[in-house]
Design a protein around this ligand. Structure first.
Ligand code: IMP
Ligand code: MG
Length: 180
């Protein structure tokens, strides 16, 4: 029994996530038709989205991973971003698609984009499953958005609450303690 999940409301069901991955995969396949696509997934949060998304992409796809973490309190980005593990492969001359779980303030993705641009890829585009647009501190260009969501703390489908709940097959909203 998962005790932590009892405090959750389902925001996006497995069916909604599956359907959106299929739509995004189709769109990406059309946009990059005739090209090879190099997908970079940001660990750990994007692992489940990545796995579902790439299976819907009908192109020659290569995949690499990098790890980022931002210092700060558990539920807020401090803006101080740290690379915890770097890419294994060069990206020079490649068409890069960065796959992220969620973009909130934009500070993490801004840091990553600036870093990746110095490695001279042919192009860089961003695909985020979730977009919390109301809390944006810095503008980042996002080509593909799964869902626009309100400024609420969400977990599941890769996203964690202090490292728990990443394995849930849906996206849930953590209810306030006073509501339970
Ligand atoms: P940003 O730098 O504020 O855009 O934050 C992005 C990062 O903060 C994401 O990659 C997540 O790791 C984390 N994050 C932001 N909002 C949430 C949330 O609602 N649930 C879980 N993690 C989140
Ligand atoms: Mg993340």
């Amino acid at each position: 029994m998962i005790k932590r999940a009892q405090k959750l409301d389902v925001l996006l069901s497995k069916e909604q996530l599956d359907q959106r991955c299929q739509q995004l995969g189709t769109q990406i396949s059309e946009d990059y038709r005739g090209e090879e696509l190099h997908v970079i997934a940001v660990l750990k949060g994007s692992f489940m989205f990545l796995a579902d998304l790439v299976r819907q992409i009908d192109l020659d796809v290569s995949i690499d991973f990098l790890g980022l973490s931002s210092y700060g309190s558990r539920r807020e980005t401090s803006g101080v971003v740290r690379m915890t593990s770097d890419l294994a492969l060069p990206i020079e001359g490649r068409h890069v698609l960065v796959v992220e779980d969620i973009i909130d303030s934009g500070l993490t993705m801004n840091y990553l984009l600036e870093n990746l641009k110095t490695r001279r890829p042919a192009s860089i585009a961003i695909c985020t499953l979730l977009n919390k647009g109301t809390n944006r501190h810095i503008d980042v260009p996002i080509e593909y958005v799964g869902f626009d969501i309100d400024d609420e703390f969400v977990i599941g489908y890769g996203l964690d609450d202090a490292e728990f709940s990443r394995h849930l097959p849906y996206i849930g909203v953590v209810r306030q303690e006073s509501e339970t």
